[in-house]
Ligand binder design. Sequence first.
Ligand code: NAD
Ligand code: ZN
Length: 372
Amino acid sequence: MSKTVKVKTIRQASSYTIHIGSGTLAAIADRITAAGIHPRRVAIISNPTVFELYGHEVSVKVRRAGYKSFSHLIGDGEKYKNQRTLDQILMFLASSGFSRTDLVIALGGGVVGDVAGFAASVYLRGIPLIQIPTTLLSMIDSSVGGKTGINMAHGKNLVGTFYQPAAVVIDTNVLATLPGREITAGFCEAIKQGAIGGKRLFNLTEDVISTGLNHPDLEGFLAEHVKFKASIVAGDERETAGNSSPRSRKILNFGHTFAHAIEKLTKYRRFKHGEAVGHGIIFAANLSKKLELIPEDEVKLLNDVVHRSGRLPTLHGLDPSEILETFNFDKKNIGSSLQWVLLGGIGKPMIVDGTRIPRPILKKTISKILND
Ligand SMILES: NC(=O)c1ccc[n+]([C@@H]2O[C@H](COP(=O)([O-])OP(=O)(O)OC[C@H]3O[C@@H](n4cnc5c(N)ncnc54)[C@H](O)[C@@H]3O)[C@@H](O)[C@H]2O)c1
Ligand SMILES: [Zn+2]
């Protein structure tokens, strides 16, 4: 059974559909028509790994539907989410004669989605974009919400736009080729969304993690995650700084302050982002416990589910005081104070100003996590 989720966008005063099912790639031409796009040219932006697996199928379907199909491959990996890659995509679109009514398809994980989405948003001040996310993380997270962007030497995602796609096409079949660590990374982001979203989403996530990706209601699981992410984004489309309501888009950063610190300290080499978030969830849960916000059994549950999602690279060798210092560089800083996303229980996110958390408590929590 395939599923669709309709997402309303406030800023662009429109809506788009997210199609979720097994074999949805085969119907890409119908999705283009249904999105109200009538391109002459279609650019498939991907990377060599994903294009090798799924590029042919998408190109053939696009061509058979009568569109002129082009493809442009970017390097595989976060280090290619940069200005050079963006330039190359823009040059490719211009030199291939793309007009404002033509279409960009981003076929790949979050890296392809972010940079191809950025290119689509600025080329001719915006041309239609369809996202085909191929990692678990990009299906439940990065393809929904309209954030696009690239990294700079000064930091990640420093330049970008908010730009909504015309449609998102999620084909569960592509998960069959996804490497194990990428699945764990995606599951950790799913646990994060469940933890802030509520017991129902959390329990469903726990169930899928226990069963694996052959879970009978994998599509329902993806649909619930997409709906949750879309609901948060709808209330706070542009992540308004200073908005510290428990429904603010900032709650999506649960587990991320610690994750960003350990990613930075290990030079983005040891952990996949989602794996770092796995450790970050455990940290934020323990910090919430130290501040007497969350019951002990829920901390244990979060810890268990994170560990059931797969084996996380160890925290071994990290220096507690360096972690503490690195928290201050987290981009969720407003002015000088760090905003922590903590939990009052499953489904009860809270935004807590960093000045309200005593340093000794942070220190103790870091030591506990490093020694567990
Ligand atoms: N825009 C947003 O709101 C948002 C949200 C979260 C993350 N992100 C961004 O997403 C990026 C991470 O995305 P990601 O985790 O998808 O990583 P990724 O795009 O690097 O993909 C991970 C790896 O999996 C491979 N791959 C992808 N699909 C595959 C498939 N079906 N079979 C086999 N291999 C496959 C890729 O080639 C890559 O090597 C980061 O740059 C992050 O900043 C953006
Ligand atoms: Zn994340």
